[in-house]
Design a protein around this ligand. Structure first.
Ligand code: NAD
Length: 462
């Protein structure tokens, strides 16, 4: 596979022009055409499974099983289900209205917003670039996809495959880094869908504001795990470790840190050690089932966090000197620690001992709204308190990561973790304008006598 070829910056305005022309022509609008393009996305993923797995193996050292489960299988399933559901989603809606307005036939038409820009990150390069694309296609919007330059093998493969499967007059890949994205952002789009970190999220939102372009921001942050001391700690530890080890912790919804009653901390550590040994009997650094950190910069960032922690490393802590870092558990981590400063985005798991649930809730509420709050508890009163007293994009009880396996619930952040929603119908909705309409019959004229000037007290009293 060749190195990443950047799209020449001076070609970018022309690419957008082509897509604008296609949108104006109405070509991307018929449902039958959208469905056919969606089937082509599924075909592209299925027929090139091997090439995609190899590319993401190269970019991230992703285990093949993780690529298959987390990137390819889910994408194919969602693409086909979207194609099936399209007819239903796209139907005009007729809301219930007051009897006197019924003759006006109030209707919501589902109109494509226009030409959209999708900017994707490197950690799940395929699903995070193509899932929004499915949304754009289903909504009837031509789209530019800008994959992350930090996953260059995937980005290059996508640029080679997409024109073979999808209509290049409607769907294009632009490859490159800051320079190319900056050029894209100078242009006017009808929606921008960005997935990545909050620093760049602000750049995107500011650029979009110049054109009044609506934006979806799928960001990250520190997603806490609250463990109720009376839950089954062994099962909690297993599900937690699974969430921390998948993609070597480089997931936006990765459990970032744990809050647990102090007297239960050691029991949790023991269970994590046991599960780590059973997940990776040959040791994580020798295991085909454990990925690595994406590049030297992120690796150095993680090792620096670990070096500066005041907590005690009780599991892992080693790296292979290249890019793999063992699943590492650090106990007795307190406020102000290096591991609590920013999103970890790697296989390091700090445990913060707390007195009780109140302290855990207060701690979470003193921070930015996270993308997810995970809680391990079987007590309804604890669940009720977390529902009522905390804020987050998702709230997940007794597992990690699996909220993303449910196609029918929206995924999206709040506050620092972003805004807007995606997945299936929610992706469709994000790229769709609800164009409300009424059609007032001419024979309604006698009912309007009151509204026309000249106004008078007599009229008001009728
Ligand atoms: P990244 O570095 O690949 O950046 C994302 C995109 O932004 C890339 O396409 C990149 O080219 C572009 N970009 C980078 N700098 C830019 C600039 N100055 N101007 C314009 N564009 C620029 O990925 P990342 O941000 O490191 O991704 C990891 C972050 O994304 C984490 O915070 C993670 O939590 C978050 N994330 C969120 C979700 C979600 O769905 N909420 C999913 C995955 C990752």
């Amino acid at each position: 596979m060749s190195a990443l070829l950047h799209t020449p910056v001076d070609e970018i305005p022309q690419i957008r022009e082509t897509l604008k022309k296609t949108f104006r022509s109405g070509k991307a609008r018929p449902l039958e055409w959208r469905r056919q393009q969606l089937y082509q996305v599924a075909r592209m993923a299925r027929e090139n499974e091997e090439a995609f797995m190899t590319a993401m193996g190269k970019d991230l050292g992703k285990p093949r099983m993780e690529t298959w489960l987390g990137e390819i299988a889910g994408l194919i399933e969602r693409t086909l289900k979207t194609a099936e559901a399209l007819e239903e989603w796209a139907k005009p809606e007729h809301p219930e209205v007051a009897d006197w307005q019924k003759p006006w036939r109030p209707t919501l038409y589902k109109t494509p917003k226009g030409v959209v820009l999708i900017i994707a990150p490197w950690n799940y390069p395929m699903i995070l670039s193509l899932q929004p694309l499915i949304g754009a296609i289903s909504a009837g919007c031509p789209a530019v996809v800008k994959p992350s330059e930090i996953a260059p093998a995937y980005a290059q493969l996508l640029a080679e495959l997409m024109p073979k499967y999808l209509d290049p007059e409607a769907y294009r890949v632009v490859n490159g880094g800051v320079m190319e994205t900056t050029k894209l952002l100078e242009l006017q789009w009808d929606h921008i869908f960005y997935t990545g970190n909050g620093r760049v999220g602000r750049i995107i939102a500011a650029a979009a504001a110049k054109h009044l372009t609506p934006v979806t921001l799928e960001l990250g942050g520190k997603s806490p795990v609250i463990i109720d001391g009376e839950c089954d700690i062994k099962i909690a530890a297993k599900r937690l470790l699974y969430g921390k080890c998948t993609n070597a912790g480089q997931i936006c919804v990765c459990p970032d840190y744990v809050l647990i009653p102090e007297q239960k901390q050691d029991e949790l550590v023991a269970a994590l050690k046991e599960h780590c040994a059973s997940f990776f009997p040959e040791g994580p650094l020798n295991s085909e089932s454990f990925g690595r950190i994406v590049n030297g910069q992120h690796y150095a960032r993680l090792m620096d966090m670990l070096r500066r922690t005041k907590g005690t490393i009780v599991l892992g802590g080693k790296s292979d000197g290249k890019l793999a870092v063992e699943p590492t558990v650090i106990k007795d981590v307190g406020e102000g620690d290096s591991l609590l400063e920013e999103e970890i985005f790697g296989p390091l798991l700090p445990i913060v001992p707390v007195k009780d649930l109140n302290e855990a809730i207060n701690y979470v509420n003193s921070k930015d709204h996270p993308l997810v709050i995970y809680a391990f508890t079987e007590k309804q009163e604890v669940k009720d308190r977390l529902i009522a007293e905390t804020m987050s994009g998702n709230l997940v009880f007794n597992d990690t990561f699996q909220q993303l396996a449910v196609n029918e619930i929206p995924f999206g952040g709040i506050g620092e973790s972003g805004y807007g929603y995606q997945i299936m119908k929610y992706s469709y909705d994000g790229f769709t304008h609800l164009r409300s309409s009424i059609d007032v019959p001419y024979d309604y004229e006698p009912h309007f006598a009151l509204r026309y000037p000249p106004y008078s007290e007599e009229k008001r009293k009728t």
